[in-house]
Design a protein around this ligand. Structure first.
Ligand SMILES: [Zn+2]
Length: 86
């Protein structure tokens, strides 16, 4: 079974070979490729599980709601202080 595909990246068999190899006993060609290829490193380390995606930043609407809430809180505080100052 080929351990590297036509693009030079690890096949499923290659990834299985990397995972099952004893430390220092991996085939030199596989080790050389793995040391230089982020994609294959990620595939070996993720165990086929897709990477977690980053949390999305707050939407514009959420930012607007927070901004309006802060402005309302400030207005309420100013009105309360004006009433108390009488
Ligand atoms: Zn690769």
């Amino acid at each position: 079974m080929p351990m590297l595909d036509e693009q030079g990246c690890l096949t499923s068999e290659g990834i299985a070979a990397v995972r099952s190899a004893a430390p220092g006993a991996l085939d030199a060609d596989l080790a050389a490729h793995l040391s230089a290829c982020d994609r294959c490193q990620s595939r070996v380390l993720s165990d086929g599980v897709p990477r977690l995606t980053r949390a999305k930043p707050p939407t514009y609407n959420a930012t607007l709601v927070v901004f309006v809430a802060i402005v309302l809180a400030i207005v309420t505080l100013v009105l309360a202080l004006r009433i108390l100052a009488r």
